[in-house]
Design a protein around this ligand. Structure first.
Ligand SMILES: NC(=O)c1ccc[n+]([C@@H]2O[C@H](COP(=O)([O-])OP(=O)(O)OC[C@H]3O[C@@H](n4cnc5c(N)ncnc54)[C@H](OP(=O)(O)O)[C@@H]3O)[C@@H](O)[C@H]2O)c1
Length: 260
């Protein structure tokens, strides 16, 4: 649940935007918390690890008092999402931006088919996103305003050999976000899909070869810029857009022979 730190009162005539980051205790989500606070947002962060989440919020509040608020939650507890979403919106006294960052990518060997790992990736990366972003869609559609952001991956642009369930969970997330965009853009709501390449976080600790890695802070800055510009789909770094364009258009017979 949230700490008892008070939300600062806005200055007269100043609009104070409110954001919710799901998956805020480490990596990209943790970097997004100060990046959004620096833009003037009051931010609620959601994750399971209470002490990491509290430390992220404390660091933000040291610099911008009252701007970050932790809510401990496991996104696979789908039934709890609607009530917690309402609680957070009420606590913040509004909501302008919802960013779903939570994700898992356990190491999977080239010859491994382990359903428990596959299920976890779909549960966190896709079903958790639906549980939270459905709530955001209901609220923003009603209000005819708001911004939804989902963190997908370059890995969801094609079914590669590496980690079938991870690729599938991100491909599913991309399609879900595109559908939300097609529904909600006519109702004044923006939906942004972020597709990072490689970001230096805990998630990549078991990955040896890293191509064009960026820091979590850089990734967060690019996500905040994409929010400001109301972009639809953003690759991080941008050069992945061209790589993806080629990869997506390679015929299967060729793609299968490449060790991607
Ligand atoms: N790093 C990369 O190269 C890369 C590239 C492309 C896309 N992405 C995507 O970027 C997103 C962030 O990943 P990251 O690299 O920043 O990794 P990370 O440091 O491992 O962060 C993952 C975040 O997800 C949260 N999370 C995981 N399971 C959860 C659960 N059951 N309930 C609530 N929160 C949960 C974690 O919080 P708790 O553990 O405290 O719950 C943590 O805050 C993921 O969706 C990932 O797929 C990463």
């Amino acid at each position: 649940m949230a700490d008892e730190m008070k939300i600062p009162a806005p200055r007269p005539l100043e609009y104070q935007p409110k954001a919710l980051v799901i998956g805020a205790s480490s990596g990209i989500g943790a970097a997004l918390m100060p990046a959004l606070a620096a833009q003037g947002y009051i931010v609620a962060g959601v994750a399971r690890r209470q002490s990491e989440l509290a430390a992220v919020c404390a660091a933000v509040n040291d610099k911008w008092p009252g701007r970050a608020h932790p809510f401990v939650h496991d996104v696979t507890d789908y039934a709890a999402a609607p009530a917690l979403f309402q609680e957070i919106a009420h606590y913040l006294n509004g909501l302008d931006l919802v960013v779903y960052v939570a994700g898992v990518m356990p190491p999977v060997a080239a010859n491994e088919y382990e359903f428990s790992k596959d299920r976890l990736m779909v549960e966190v990366n896709l079903l958790g996103a639906m549980a939270w972003l459905d709530q955001a869609a209901i609220r923003f559609e009603r209000d005819r305003r708001g911004h939804i952001v989902g963190i997908g991956s370059i890995a969801g642009d094609r079914g590669r050999r590496g980690n079938p369930a991870y690729h599938a969970s991100k491909a599913g997330l991309h399609t879900y976000l595109e559908s939300l965009r097609n529904r909600l853009s006519q109702r004044g709501v923006t939906v942004t899909t972020i597709k990072p390449g490689m970001v230096q976080t805990q998630m990549l600790e078991h990955v040896d070869k890293k191509m064009w890695p960026v820091s979590a802070t850089d990734a967060a800055a690019q996500i905040v810029a994409a929010v400001g510009q109301r972009r639809q789909t953003v690759y991080i770094p941008a050069r992945w857009r061209f790589v993806s364009l080629v990869i997506r258009h390679l015929p299967s017979i060729i793609f299968r022979r490449l060790n991607l």
